[in-house]
Design a protein around this ligand. Structure first.
Ligand code: XBP
Ligand code: MG
Length: 255
C-alpha cells in the first residue's frame, strides 16, 4: 500500500447537508417559478436521491413518479433550462449561509492541509455549486485548498460509476492506492471503490443511514469535534472521538 497522499471529498451530504435544505428547496423554487405544481417533499426527495445529478434526477422523477405529465417535445432542453434556474437559486441559498459545514469537516481539511496531504473534490454536483460552497466557507482560500475539483458533467457517467474519481486521481497524478475518499452515500462509495480507492470513510446522514456500506473502511455519524465526538457505526478501530489524519493513515495502511 502506498503512502496516503490525498483526500478526495464528496460535497453533497459530506461537506454539508446540502440535499434536504439546499438542493431540494432550490428544485422546488425552480418548479414554482416555472409554473409547475411539482413538490419534492423530504420523503420523496429521499427516493429521488437514488439517481445522482440534478438533471438526471428530474428525468427519473418524470419516469417513475409523474408519468402522466405531458412532456414538451424538447424534454432535454426543458430539463436543462429548469436545472439552470435551480442552480442559480441554490447558489443564492448557499450565499445566505443557512447550510453549515458538517461537524469536523473544517478541522479535518485544515489538519490534512497542514500535514501536507493534498485535497481534491469528487462530486456529482454542478461546478458552480462547489464554487458557491467554497466561497461561502473558505473565501478565496477555497480554490487554493482543493487542488483538483472534479464536478458534474465533466464526465459522462455520474456516481456510482467510477468516472468522477478516475478523473480526479488522473489530474492529481496519483495512483488510486495513495488516496482516501470521504463520502456519505452508497452511490459515492461504489464510485470510489470502483475507481480503485480502497479506503472509503462514510459519514452518515438522514438520507443515507439505511444504506449498505459493505466495502467501507469506516462508517461514522460525523467526523466529529472534541466537544462533539463521533460515533462509530462500523469499522475496525479502537474507541475514537474524532476522524483525524492519524486515523485515516491507519485505515489506509490496513485496507
Ligand atoms: C450529489 C448529487 C447532485 C446534487 C444536486 O451527489 O447527486 O446531483 O443532488 O446537484 P454526490 P446538481 O454527493 O454523490 O456528489 O443539481 O447540480 O446535479
Ligand atoms: Mg454525497
Amino acid at each position: 500500500m502506498s503512502k496516503l497522499e490525498a483526500l478526495l471529498w464528496d460535497v453533497d451530504g459530506t461537506l454539508a447537508d446540502t440535499e434536504r435544505d439546499g438542493h431540494r428547496v432550490a428544485f422546488n423554487h425552480a418548479f414554482e417559478q416555472a409554473g409547475l405544481d411539482w413538490q419534492w417533499d423530504i420523503g420523496l426527495y429521499g427516493k429521488l436521491l437514488k439517481v445522482t445529478g440534478g438533471k438526471e434526477r428530474i428525468r427519473y422523477y418524470l419516469d417513475e413518479f409523474n408519468r402522466d405529465w405531458p412532456r414538451p417535445s424538447d424534454l432535454e432542453g426543458f430539463i436543462a433550462a429548469l436545472h439552470k434556474e435551480k442552480s442559480q437559486i441554490y447558489g443564492d441559498l448557499m450565499a445566505q449561509g443557512g447550510i453549515p459545514l458538517r461537524s469536523g469537516v473544517l478541522r479535518l481539511i485544515r489538519e490534512a492541509a497542514t500535514s501536507g496531504i493534498r485535497l481534491a473534490i469528487a462530486t456529482t454536483t454542478t461546478p458552480a455549486n462547489v464554487d458557491a460552497l467554497l466561497e461561502q466557507y473558505f473565501g478565496s482560500e477555497g480554490r487554493k485548498l482543493f487542488e483538483v475539483i472534479a464536478a458534474g458533467d465533466v464526465v459522462a457517467n455520474k456516481k456510482p460509476a467510477p468516472d468522477i474519481y478516475q478523473w480526479a486521481i488522473e489530474r492529481l497524478k496519483l495512483p488510486a492506492s495513495a488516496c482516501v475518499a470521504l463520502e456519505d452515500s452508497q452511490n459515492g462509495m461504489r464510485s470510489a471503490l470502483s475507481a480503485g480507492i480502497e479506503t472509503v470513510v462514510i459519514t452518515l446522514n438522514d438520507y443515507t443511514s439505511h444504506e449498505d456500506f459493505t466495502g467501507a473502511a469506516l462508517v461514522v455519524d460525523q467526523l466529529g469535534e472534541p466537544e462533539n465526538p463521533c460515533q462509530v457505526i462500523k469499522g475496525d478501530v479502537d474507541a475514537i472521538e474524532l476522524v483525524d489524519v492519524g486515523l485515516l493513515k491507519q485505515l489506509h495502511g490496513v485496507s
